[in-house]
Every structure is written in structure tokens, then in C-alpha cells.
Design a protein around this ligand. Sequence first.
Ligand code: PGA
Length: 219
Amino acid sequence: RLAQLNGLTTGQLRLGAVTTAKYLVPRLLGPFCRQYPQVEVQLNIANRSDVIRCLEDNRDDLYVFSQPPDHLDLECVALAENPLVVIAPAGHRLSGQRIRWEQLAQEPFLSREPGSGTRLAIEDHFTRHGWPYKPHMTIASNEAIKESVAAGLGIAILSRHTLIHTAVGNLVELDVEDFPIANQWYLVRWRRKALSPAAQAFSSFAEMQAPLAAPAPPQ
Ligand code: PGA
């Protein structure tokens, strides 16, 4: 009977997610869409500052952020851990040992663009530790950063979620003191906004699945 009711929920679900959450959200949408086949999903992906604009303009029903803006009246439900890790090309001279960030200070550092939540979390972490933040190159895509690191252009700090489908032997996660940077994914909505039945169904579904497992470090 429940399945029947689930099957009857119709309408649109508009989800806004920061770029890095595209590795997480499909893991929720897969089982959700099987359970609610009549719900039409629209998934919008952009960096954190653009998704905040969508939130302020009330364009989507629900959002996925790792750092929800704190100046708005929001309800945030934790979904999963989002550790930010240091990656280097496979075979990097410092792989396989515990190192300090200072040992990497001479490496060219590839960074996401201003407006990225990943970048913001890294900047906060560096400020807390009194480390200078001097990216060598700014690249506005997690995937392009991974390719650039694999091609030997430098090192980077990315969500471990971005590494799940990386070919073995391409990249390594370095074991650096004070890393990973601890972060969380949240499902976010306006506290006072009534949700459509489809959005309500997704919100309850996601809460029931939480916490989703965070990926293990690559081998
Ligand atoms: P980003 O967001 O894709 O904008 O870096 C990730 C996050 O908010 O942590």
C-alpha cells in the first residue's frame, strides 16, 4: 500500500546542488526515483555562490551544500561527511608517508575558483593554521583539477567524493597532518517554505538514508 502511495506522488522536484555534490546526489536520486517513478526531477548544479543566489531567488525546492549560508533562515539536515583531502599525481615523492603541509609548500597548488565552497573551506582551514594561501593556478572544475594533477601540473585539495571513479594509478591521496579538512553535506531548505509533495517526499527519503557513507581513501 505504501509503494502504491509512493507511486502516486507526482509533480516536480527541483534540486539545486553545489558542483561537488554531484557525486553524492545521484546516490539518493537512484533509489528515490525507483520508489517515486512519477516525480520529475530537475537537478541544477553550480558552484556555492551561484547556488546561494538560486536559494535567495527561491528557484529550487531543496538544496545540497556543504557550507550552507549562515545569514538566512534555513533548515539544514546532515547527509554525509565530506572530507577534503590532498591529492597528488601517482608516484609522488611524498606519497606513502605522513607529512606536514609545510613540506608541500613548494609544490604548485591548483585551486577551485572564488565562489567555490571547496575553496572557502580550504581558505578557512589555512587561515586557522596561519598558512599563506597562494594557489598557482585557478581551475573552475573538480574534474579539470583532477586531470591537471594527474598530468603533473601540481597538487590540490578536493572532496574525497570526487575521487570515487578515478582510475587506479592516476592520483594518490597524500597523508598530510591536519588533513582531511572535516566537512559535512547538508540538505537545505527555507524554514518557512511549504514543500510540494514531491519535494516533501525527497526530503523525508534523504533524511531516512542519512548518514550516507563517505568514500574510503583510494588504494
Ligand atoms: P563547490 O561547493 O562545488 O562550490 O566547491 C562544494 C562545497 O560547498 O563544499
